[in-house]
Design a protein around this ligand. Structure first.
Ligand SMILES: C[S@@+](CC[C@H](N)C(=O)[O-])C[C@H]1O[C@@H](n2cnc3c(N)ncnc32)[C@H](O)[C@@H]1O
Length: 228
C-alpha cells in the first residue's frame, strides 16, 4: 500500500495518555521500547526527556519537519470539527471538552516537532512500516502500538493484522496494542483471528482493561507475551 502525506491526518497523543492506554508501570519503561506508528505523538520526546530509551517508527518519518508541520496546520481544524460532531461517542473525563482535546493534541504535536530533527539524527524516529520492520529478533523489551492496528480495520484486512502482530512479536518480547476497536468504537472484526494466530504460534495473548477513559468502547488493550 502506498503512503503519502496527503492521506495522513496527524493527531498525536501525549506520554501521559500512552501511560494510561498501556497501563505502563515504571518497570515497563526500564528497557528498550518501540513505539510503532507513533506519528506526531510526543511520547518519544517526553520519554527521552525522562531518561527512557524509546525508538519510534512510522512511514510519516520519511517526511521533513516543515512538511509534517504544514500537514498538521491543514488538518487540525477538520479533525476537531469531527470530534465536536461525534462528541457523544466519548466520555468527557480524560478531557473536559473537544477544545481541550485540540489543545492537548496541538501541544503534543508541537513537542514532537521540536524534538523531530534531533531524534531523527539520533535514530529515535525511524521511517519504517508494518508489516516488515528493520530490526533483528528480540531487539526491544516492549513494543507499543497506539491507534493504528485494529483502528483502521475497514482499510487493512485480517491478513495484514496477523502479519503485523507477528512482526511486532518478532522484534519485541512483549507487545501492547490499544485500542481493539475501529474508528467508530465498535470491536475490530480482525481481533478474534489475530488472537487465534498469535496463540497458535505460542504467544500468550490477553485482553486487559486499562485506565484510559475516552472513546466509548475503547477500554482495553491487547497484551502479548511473545514466545522466544
Ligand atoms: C492515528 S495515528 C496514531 C499516532 C500515535 N500512535 C498516537 O496514538 O498519537 C496512526 C499512525 O499510524 C501510522 N501508520 C500508517 N501506516 C503504518 C504502517 N504500515 N506501519 C506503522 N505505522 C503506520 C500513520 O502514519 C500515523 O502516524
Amino acid at each position: 500500500m502506498g503512503f503519502s502525506l496527503g492521506q495522513v491526518v496527524p493527531w498525536g497523543r501525549t506520554y501521559a495518555e500512552y501511560a494510561r492506554m498501556f497501563a505502563l508501570a515504571p518497570s515497563d519503561m526500564a528497557g528498550d521500547i518501540l513505539g510503532c506508528g507513533d506519528g506526531p505523538a510526543s511520547f518519544n520526546a517526553e520519554a527521552t526527556a525522562k531518561g527512557h530509551r524509546v525508538t519510534s517508527c512510522d512511514p510519516l518519518y520519511r517526511y521533513a519537519k516543515d512538511d509534517i508541520a504544514r500537514r498538521i496546520d491543514e488538518t487540525a481544524d477538520v479533525v476537531l470539527d469531527e470530534l465536536r460532531k461525534n462528541a457523544s461517542a466519548y466520555r468527557w473525563n480524560e478531557f473536559a471538552t473537544p477544545e481541550d482535546v485540540g489543545r492537548a493534541r496541538l501541544s503534543a504535536m508541537a513537542r514532537f516537532l521540536q524534538d523531530y530533527d534531533t531524534g531523527k539524527a539520533h535514530g529515535r524516529y525511524v521511517d519504517a512500516a508494518l508489516p516488515a520492520l528493520p530490526w533483528p529478533d528480540g531487539r526491544f523489551s516492549l513494543a507499543l502500538g497506539s491507534h493504528f492496528l485494529f483502528l483502521y480495520s475497514d482499510h487493512l484486512d485480517t491478513d495484514f493484522h496477523v502479519r503485523a502482530m507477528l512482526e511486532l512479536c518478532r522484534v519485541a518480547r512483549e507487545v501492547r496494542v490499544f485500542p481493539l476497536t475501529k474508528l467508530d468504537g465498535s470491536p475490530s472484526p480482525h481481533a478474534p483471528a489475530v488472537l487465534d494466530a498469535l496463540r497458535l504460534r505460542g504467544h500468550e495473548a490477553e485482553v486487559v482493561p486499562v485506565p484510559y477513559d475516552f472513546q466509548i468502547g475503547a477500554e482495553a488493550m491487547l497484551r502479548i507475551h511473545c514466545a522466544a
